[in-house]
Design a protein around this ligand. Structure first.
Ligand code: FAD
Length: 214
């Protein structure tokens, strides 16, 4: 299987980095091909703007959706976006590895999705190609994320509310919308302060989970 890990943490020695490294190691040893998009290391531009369309098809009125469609069809998007699109095309499984910031994903990852999931590539709204007919059909997506809070705080009745619902815009309104099959998410709670033995235990749990679902 071809696996693309989209990894969003600014610090190369972070716990999220260790999770990414463990996944690369485990999946590689199991015979899978693995690529990593290390967004901070790549200094990935995290804002969708007009520079993403170096050769607009309509110079009198700028429509992002139309420029995405035309740019994708003509291969005229920004080079960094085209490079990420090629990786997504190659991948059978996309693993999204990131810390929870403000009960959501880091802006860096949101920006990657805004820029890379272009219309015409992931969905085609005029043709109704979304959800079961989404253009990323046949691929799988897995969210792996960490938070400082304890699990009890992120339950339906807890003060923060259900974490699965916070992330629904990602796993449902983005991944399922684009036709992908979503693998149940992997969560590490209480990840802000950990002793070395806890880090090792969580990395082992992550390894076991990967072996089970991949
Ligand atoms: C802007 C912002 C917003 C946030 N919002 C939320 C929120 O809404 N909800 C919430 O629950 N949390 C929130 N947090 C907390 C955040 O989710 C956690 O701090 C984060 O998930 C921990 O992951 P990390 O990779 O950054 O851990 P790190 O800080 O890198 O590490 C966590 C612990 O593990 C240790 N460690 C890491 N790697 C190793 C290693 N290889 N070997 C031994 N020990 C190691 C570190 O010493 C540390 O004690 C927020 C944090 C920020 C910065």
């Amino acid at each position: 299987m071809n696996v693309l890990i989209i990894y969003a943490h600014p610090y190369p020695a972070s716990f999220n980095a260790a999770m990414k490294d463990r996944a690369v190691d485990v999946l590689g040893k199991a015979g899978h091909e693995v690529k990593v998009s290390d967004l901070y290391a790549m200094r990935f531009k995290a804002t969708l703007d007009m520079d993403d369309f170096p050769d607009p098809c309509n110079r009198s009125f700028f429509s992002i959706a139309n420029e995405m469609m035309a740019g994708f069809t003509r291969g005229k998007l920004a080079p960094d976006v085209l490079a990420e699109i090629a990786k997504v095309k190659w991948a059978d499984l996309l693993i999204f590895q990131f810390p929870i910031w403000w009960s959501s994903m880091p802006a860096m990852l949101k920006g990657w999705i805004d820029r890379v999931f272009v219309q015409g590539f992931v969905v085609n709204l005029p043709n109704g190609q979304v959800y079961a007919d989404g253009l990323l059909k046949g691929k799988k997506a897995l969210i792996s994320t960490t938070m400082g809070s304890a699990m009890e705080l992120y339950t339906e009745d807890g003060p923060h509310g259900d974490l699965n619902l916070h992330l629904k815009s990602l796993w449902h309104n983005t991944f399922e919308f684009c036709g992908m099959e979503v693998v149940p998410s992997f969560y590490v709670f209480n990840a802000g302060e950990m002793e070395e033995f806890q880090v090792e235990a969580e990395l082992d749990r992550w390894e076991e989970y990967l072996r089970m679902v991949i």
